[in-house]
Design a protein around this ligand. Structure first.
Ligand code: HEC
Ligand code: HEC
Length: 502
């Protein structure tokens, strides 16, 4: 039976000409002043250069090194504990598979897949599913944020770790529709039909080429296309041109980055109120603004919970002396973009121009599914009242806390280990892995993998083909970020040892 799919409000990315910070939409200006946004002190290193400029040009008085500081903006306060409860129990995705059908197929989840703090039927559902009652009064099981934002590492479930094993290569709506055979009640049948219709609208545009990468940005684009931005009413024929069916792959980022990041998303698109942008991920079934407003009431709590998540500690042995050597190398080679760690650490919140970082440019340069029409939809909608989508022509240099756990690396998950991030010549062009979270490589820091001599086209077996990460596919490139190439092999080992401590 198919899991529900919901989007993360990341209809991001646009042409370079939009990256100058002067996105002309009057709605943007209106929402900024409605929020009463004055200047905000950055919680971390407000270095002199970190002025509130979002332009991609050089900061006055500094050489243009292709990096731009991202300014902090005011956020609504919330209660982290209430947020955890809401995340795992509340009705923010209001369609799904009727409980009557779900319960005939699935029993209680194994204990390892259950989470504490869940009410009623949720107590025995898997962590990524929630039982809710729809507006028509039918109890359904739906997918929650953890479908994408929880993952396993070393056999352990970690809430907030990006899911890097989900399979979006095939359609699931047909499987979900089979649940109809288990239902007799007309209201239940109608709810299932609504859910299956949403999946059917999404599926042609949300199939990836490989397991593990995520189509969330296209999910958002399709859902925006079918909704009136003013009323959120769903329209079966799309109201906006749909995105390209060619999905640009994205690796789900770990939630513990958000306590440091000033903008959401790889291309720094998520500006203004982050809770409001996060709740746009519930847009699969939110069919009225009234419903959205009710969800928005508690999303500052979910935001607060996300900000409180700590990166998991490295579970294996660390050579402390080697890590100390690595810290020195890191601070002179890497810290200007990734920040410093430990007591007194600071994070510079930098966007790095695509031309400087050199990683796959498609997501930032405006892949086919991204365009101004979705940005405009967002600006006109309830979401746009407090939040803005302002994609840039570059990638955020992320915090490296818990980096050991979040393989594969870069925005598209093209590189399987940190060792390969640091030696660009060693990166495999075609690689496959077991997708077993215990198949971890503590030496290279990331997944054990097999390099192959052929890509997807050379693989006759369909089941094996979708396990191949083929860096020659559009958006799947593994180039760029050559900052480790100049280090000696022992220096790279020392940096890797240091990264284990973060
Ligand atoms: C279908 C998978 C999926 C679901 C479901 C999903 N997300 Fe996401 N989320 C993503 C992906 C992929 C990104 C990165 C998108 C990008 O940067 O282009 C992301 C980004 C984010 C970010 C920004 C992280 C950062 O470092 O920039 C936050 C916060 C977030 N999601 C919260 C949520 C919340 C809260 C929910 C549930 C309401 C949710 N997401 C549901 C896939 C998902
Ligand atoms: C000029 C700025 C800059 C410098 C210097 C730099 N990085 Fe990065 N780094 C980035 C950016 C930007 C990304 C994101 C690229 C992307 O997602 O396409 C990144 C990504 C990474 C990642 C992958 C993170 C993830 O979870 O996907 C690692 C690991 C990393 N850098 C380590 C290092 C180390 C170690 C050094 C020093 C040897 C270094 N970086 C130097 C900008 C920089």
């Amino acid at each position: 039976m198919g899991a529900g799919v919901l989007a993360c409000g990341g209809a991001a990315g646009t042409s370079a000409s939009d990256a100058g910070g002067s996105r002309g939409s009057g709605d943007d200006t209106a929402s900024a002043s409605a929020e009463g946004a004055t200047s905000v002190a950055s919680s971390t290193s407000a270095s002199a250069s970190a002025s509130a400029s979002t332009s991609s040009g050089p900061t006055t008085g500094e050489p243009d090194d292709g990096t731009t500081p991202i300014p902090a903006e005011p956020q609504r306060d919330g209660d982290a504990q209430a947020g955890y409860h809401a995340l795992l129990n509340n009705n923010y995705v209001s369609c799904g598979i009727p409980w009557t059908a779900y319960s005939q197929v699935f029993g209680a989840a194994p204990e390892a897949l259950q989470l504490p703090g869940r009410d009623g039927k949720n107590a025995t559902l898997p962590y990524d599913k929630t039982a809710i009652v729809t507006n028509s009064g039918v109890e359904v099981v739906t997918a929650n944020c953890l479908q994408c934002h929880a993952g396993h590492i070393n056999g352990q479930l970690v809430v907030g770790l990006g899911n890097s094993t989900a399979d979006y290569t095939a359609a699931v709506g047909g499987t979900a529709a089979l649940a109809g055979a288990l239902l007799t009640d007309p209201d239940e049948k109608a709810e299932l039909a609504r859910f299956v219709a949403r999946l059917a609208a999404l599926e042609p545009y949300t199939q990836t080429r490989t397991i593990g990468v995520n189509p969330a940005d296209n999910v958002a684009a399709v859902l925006f296309s079918h909704r009136d931005p003013k009323t959120f009413a769903w329209n079966d024929p799309p109201l906006l041109e749909l995105p390209s069916p060619i999905v640009i792959p994205v690796d789900v980022p770990p939630w513990w980055w958000m306590k440091k990041k000033h903008a959401m998303f790889y291309v720094a698109a998520g500006r203004g109120d982050h809770a409001r942008t996060m709740m746009a991920a519930s847009t699969l079934c939110t069919d009225t603004v009234e419903e959205a407003r009710a969800i928005d009431e508690y999303f500052p709590d979910i935001h607060a919970y996300v900000l409180g998540i700590a990166a998991p500690k490295y579970p294996f042995v660390i050579d402390a002396a080697l890590a100390k050597t690595g810290e020195g190398i890191f601070n002179s080679t890497c810290a200007r973009c990734h920040g410093t760690y430990g007591a007194g650490g600071s994070y510079p919140n930098l966007l790095v121009d695509v031309g400087v970082i050199g990683t796959d440019p498609v997501l930032a340069a405006g892949g086919t599914q991204f365009s101004d029409r979705y940005l405009q939809w967002f600006a006109e909608s309830f979401y746009g009242e407090l939040a803005r989508l302002e994609p840039q022509d570059g990638y955020v240099a992320p915090p490296l806390d818990g980096v050991w756990a979040s393989a594969p690396y870069f925005h598209n998950g093209a590189v399987p280990t940190v060792a390969d991030v640091l030696a660009s010549g060693a990166r495999p062009k075609y690689w496959t892995r077991s997708f077993d979270s215990k198949d971890y490589d503590p030496a290279k820091l990331g997944w054990h993998y097999s390099a192959l001599d052929h890509g997807q086209d050379g693989e006759p077996d369909a089941a094996e083909r979708k396990k191949i990460y083929d860096t020659t596919l559009l958006g799947y490139g593994n180039g760029g970020h050559d900052f480790g190439d100049g280090l000696a092999a022992e220096q790279r080992l020392a940096v890797i040892e240091y990264l284990k401590t973060l």
